[in-house]
Write a protein that binds this ligand. Structure first.
Ligand code: FES
Length: 628
């Protein structure tokens, strides 16, 4: 491993590392705009200049372009390097509108930070600035071309990394334009990453425009609940409103990016129709009254219809903490059924695919990106788990061959259509991955796993915590609600964030619901208790690989301040709980109910083999549950 000295610090790094990365490894910051770990080098901005004092290369060099070599002595503080960077910043800022006070990037802008760091505080240029006309890029991305410093990150990301074709760079010399051929919504399902990747304010999130500054943000590490992949995010909230969602790096999972579906998915959390108040027979009540009534109705139902007449129903969108308490509640109430799935088909297919993944055969997104042969069989990743499609593209860019079985499947890369997986030369591949859906028959992937020991499987499950639900259903003897209701014994349903179809609720005399969404089950419930959305609580979910990941509370539950008063002023009433803020995480409500029924307090949802998840760090890559 080559060894070099940067600002008197000796650094030893892997072959191929650049001087910029070596400096970052020992916390020496070097300004950079065009370089990005996911995109690599371009040498476009010249902001990363350092002085090479000794070794095979001498003089001013671009640190992002220079691979480290033994014996290099680098100075980031040499006056010549500092002056070069200062001049570069000044040139980059010549045409910039200096509009930080009205720019949404202000406060979280790489250009702003490095401009200040370079000491460029006074504009000496008094000539006319080059200006551009902005484009309407659709409902999600705001375009402000005058702030562009031509680092080319956007176009490198959009075209090379994401495979988009409707956005590019046009022009020449000093008039370079990054946009579409004409106004129109960006077509790539990964277009939102332009907001994160642009180091200035050319692309900002239109949905959160002018709503808050960086220092106003409430943020925490979180996990996307949009599909079963569990991509890492940082949601941003202010005044109890989820403003926007940004990507968070997790090398093993989503890398640096997320899909647009996950990014622009705050409407359910901000939905004005969200049920926020406990209800007993349609009357508003306190949480205590609702819990009391619920405990009473459980007892009454059992008295009327006998032991085993209650079904406790969870779902695959429920966080692991609550899912783990359901068996305890089922036992205490002598429930006739413990259900993690409503549909029997979903239970059966999810469980059978889970069986294929338990031995470490699941492929992470990173493993897909590094695969040399990928088969997409009978599923549409772009529709059901978009980041898998982006991972497939990265493998293809690195030389992997991609095969598709099935009609009508679109991928952001070239692929070969084959009639069946058997036509793919899997035996010749070193790191083959099969991507399939949990809704397909699991017999075929099972057979392939036996034939090809090196094969890994990426299964697209129906929801964020399907893996966890199937795991617990298997461990706890869970049945589907469909099957439980068909037995004719079920007369009461306690639904915990479950979406139960109307035909399964018909004829059930007693329904209680815990949820944060307004669903048919909530509408049908005689007793309702509001729960928190994932951004309003700490929790854990298990993604499609079996990776448990922790998400943290971003904001308090309650009605957003915007909308409370037409004049836009916070309410003048003094109260200890914000309006609509009675919601609590589902597991805490379940714990209170269990305490009410059993007299025993529940303070911790993780017990037994799950105890190791207690200290799970939200900033980590997560824990594979088959290692627990
Ligand atoms: Fe090195 Fe842009 S970061 S030239």
């Amino acid at each position: 491993m080559p060894k070099l000295i940067i600002d008197d610090i000796t650094v030893e790094v892997a072959e191929g590392t650049t001087v910029l990365e070596a400096a970052q490894a020992v916390d020496i910051p070097i300004p950079h705009f065009c370089w990005h770990p996911a995109l690599g080098k371009a040498g476009a901005c010249r902001a990363c200049a350092v002085k090479m004092l000794e070794g095979p290369v001498k003089g001013i060099q671009m640190s992002c372009m220079l691979p480290v070599q033994d014996g290099m002595v680098v100075s980031t503080t040499d006056p010549e390097a500092v002056a070069m960077r200062r001049h570069i910043i000044e040139w980059l800022m010549i045409n910039h509108p200096h509009d930080c006070p009205v720019c949404d990037e202000g406060g979280e802008c790489q250009l702003q930070d490095f401009t200040i760091a370079a000491g460029h505080g006074i504009r000496r240029y008094s000539g006319k600035k080059r200006t551009h006309v902005n484009q309407d890029l659709g409902p999600f991305i705001q375009h402000e071309m005058n702030r562009c410093i031509q680092c080319y990150r956007c176009v490198r990301y959009y075209q090379e990394y994401a495979g988009g074709t409707d956005f590019g760079v046009m022009g020449s010399a000093g008039r370079v334009y990054f946009g579409r051929f004409q106004d129109g919504e960006l077509e790539s399902p990964f277009s939102g990453n332009l907001v994160d990747i642009c180091p200035t304010g050319v692309f900002t999130d239109k949905t959160a425009r002018f709503r808050a500054r960086y220092w106003d943000y409430e943020m925490a590490p979180s996990v996307c609940s949009g599909c079963s992949l569990g991509c890492n995010t940082t949601p941003v909230a202010r005044y109890r409103e989820l403003l926007k969602i940004t990507a968070r790096k997790n090398e093993a999972v989503n890398g640096w990016f997320i899909c647009d579906r996950g990014r622009f998915s705050n409407s359910a959390v901000n939905d004005p129709q969200r049920p926020r108040t406990p209800l007993v027979d349609g009357r508003e009540s306190t949480r205590d009254e609702a819990l009391e009534a619920l405990a009473l109705r459980i007892a009454e139902t059992e008295q009327l219809y006998g032991t085993g007449s209650i079904a406790i129903v969870g779902s695959s969108r429920l966080a692991l903490e609550a899912a783990l308490l359901l068996p305890q509640l089922a036992q205490l109430t002598s429930a006739g059924a413990l259900c993690y799935f409503t549909s029997e088909e979903e239970r059966a297919t999810t469980t059978s695919h889970l069986g294929l993944l338990s031995g470490g055969t699941s492929a992470s997104q990173q493993e897909i990106r590094e695969s040399d042969c990928i088969v997409v069989s009978g599923c549409d990743p772009l529709q059901d788990a978009p980041m898998l499609a982006l991972a497939v593209r990265q493998a293809w860019r690195d030389g992997a061959t991609v095969y598709v079985v099935g009609d009508g499947i679109v991928l952001p890369c070239e692929f070969t259509a084959v009639a069946a997986v058997d036509a793919v030369p899997l035996a010749a591949a070193k790191k083959p991955v099969l991507i399939c859906s949990a809704s397909c028959n699991s017999d075929h992937p099972a057979g392939l796993l036996v034939q090809h020991s090196q094969l890994k499987l990426a299964v697209i499950f129906p929801a964020a915590n399907s893996y966890g639900a199937a795991q617990l259903a298997g461990e706890q003897g869970g049945v589907s609600l469909e099957r439980a209701v068909a037995s004719g014994k079920i007369k009461g349903i306690i639904s915990v964030e479950a979406d139960i179809p109307a035909h399964l609720l018909a004829g059930i005399p007693f329904v209680a619901a815990l949820d944060w969404r307004m669903t048919e089950t909530v509408r049908a419930a005689q007793i309702f208790l509001p729960t928190t959305a994932w951004v309003e609580m700490d929790g854990t979910s298990i993604n499609n690989e079996g990776r448990a990941q922790r998400f943290k509370k971003v904001m308090n539950p309650g009605l957003p301040i915007r909308g409370l008063d037409p004049a836009g002023h916070p309410p003048h009433l003094h109260r200890t709980v914000p309006p609509g803020g009675e919601a609590q995480p589902a597991w805490q409500t379940l714990a209170l109910l269990i305490e009410r029924v059993s007299g025993e307090p529940v303070t911790e949802p993780f017990s037994g083999r799950w105890e190791r998840l207690r200290g799970l760090d939200a900033g980590s890559e997560g824990v594979m549950i088959h290692d627990l």
